[in-house]
Design a protein around this ligand. Structure first.
Ligand code: ACO
Length: 359
């Protein structure tokens, strides 16, 4: 039987993560996502996805050294970055510059050290490109800063606020891994031919670039911008629903109950209530929107999705919209590379069939 888009087909077994849409659960290697965002750093969760366990303090120290010292771009990558036209979008820049890292040391099989090294370089590529386009000097990565802190530091040229780091870090932990999504599948298909890790990741970046996948929270930002001007938010949102519009940032195809990533982000934002106008606005808009949805769409189980709070975070940390999908890429690198390593452990080439309906 043909399954368009391979919907409902289980194409691999994985020990990396579980997406349970019916019960609203997301699990990384046996740990509930909210447990991880409450207590763990980006580095600890990346270690968990790559090595299969939470690191001991000594292991974490060693890992910090390896991960943080891999941020510097190679001379070849810098040359390629310099040669790219100004009108190339950031996802294409990431794909092209990362590709320049694919020398002969990247053969079959992929290694964990390669995964760590490539992931460490993504924020440096993004920040270097952004600074070059804006005519600012390049900012060297600071090895004393954490992965997320250093990303914001290289982008803005100053040390970020602790609450902004924690908010972005929570988002980046939540988006590291999400089962057999299109880009992860792409990476595994490429790896299944015994191709190298750089090629698998370039395939994944190309897949993530499409608007049906790397969806940015820009439309939620437009909603928050509109709502900001309104006196009566609930009645404004009700009118939208009655006019047949979808409220951006609400509802989800897979999660038919709360999106666990939205809950975890909200929890983090509530710790910072009163410290940022966008975060406060999002918290109050959610209350009005849920009330309006319950009134006009009763029984549809519509809740906030991860994009809703992601938008508030992006606004709060003043991240340019052109960086939303690249930032998602920076976190998903961990999931992609973990999947490629898993694919390599027990490889079967992906080779589905097609049914001929031509002449
Ligand atoms: N606002 C208002 N009404 C909504 C919304 C919404 N955000 N979402 C669903 N509904 C209504 C629909 O109009 C429909 O009503 P009806 O029964 O009267 O026809 C009912 O709820 C069921 O909606 P469907 O579109 O069938 O639900 P589905 O699960 O197919 O769609 C989707 C999910 C596409 C995400 C939808 O909820 C939506 O468009 N949301 C807004 C866009 C958005 O936030 N996208 C980001 C998703 S998260 C992510 O991609 C990481």
């Amino acid at each position: 039987m043909m399954k368009p888009g391979l919907k409902g087909v289980i194409a691999a077994e994985t020990k990396i993560g579980e997406v349970d849409g019916l019960n609203g659960r997301l699990v990384y290697r046996g740990y509930e996502i909210r447990e991880l965002t409450k207590e763990r750093t980006f580095e600890e969760v990346a270690y968990l996805l790559w090595y299969g366990k939470i690191p001991e303090p000594e292991e974490l120290l060693q890992f910090h050294r390896l991960f943080h010292q891999s941020r510097q771009l190679t001379p070849v990558m810098m040359n390629v970055l310099d040669a790219l036209p100004d009108n190339m979008d950031m996802m294409s820049v990431l794909r092209t510059v990362l590709s320049a890292e694919g020398d002969s040391t990247y053969g079959w099989k992929p290694t964990l050290d390669q995964a760590v090294s490539l992931t460490a370089k993504i924020p440096t590529i993004i920040a270097s490109r952004k600074n070059t386009l804006e005519g600012r000097p390049l900012i060297d990565p600071d090895n004393n800063l954490s992965h997320v802190e250093n990303y914001l530091y290289m982008l803005h040229g100053s040390l970020p606020k602790a609450e902004h780091v924690r908010a972005l870090e929570t988002y980046m932990i939540l988006t590291m891994e999400h089962g057999m999504n299109a880009s992860t599948f792409s990476a595994r298909v490429t790896a299944s031919t015994e191709s190298d890790l750089v090629s698998a990741i370039c395939a994944a970046i190309g897949t993530m670039k499409g608007p049906l996948h790397g969806g940015a929270p820009s439309e939620v930002i437009a909603l928050l911008d509109e709502v900001k001007q309104e006196q009566n938010v609930r009645s404004f949102l009700s009118q939208k629903i009655l006019a047949g519009e979808k409220l951006m940032g609400f509802g989800h195809r897979v999660y038919k109950t709360h999106d666990p990533r939205a809950l975890a982000l909200k929890e983090k934002l509530m710790e910072q209530e009163g410290k940022d106008e966008w975060l406060d606005l999002a918290l109050s808009v959610e209350v009005a929107a849920i009330a309006a949805l319950e009134e006009h769409k009763p029984g549809r189980a519509l809740y906030t999705n991860v994009e809703f709070y992601a938008a508030a975070i992006m606004k709060a940390i003043e991240l340019d919209p052109s960086l939303f999908t690249p930032t998602f890429t920076a976190s998903r690198m961990v999931g992609w590379t973990a999947h490629v390593l898993e694919q390599a452990e027990n490889n079967t080439i992906f080779r589905p069939l097609s049914r001929y309906i031509g002449k």
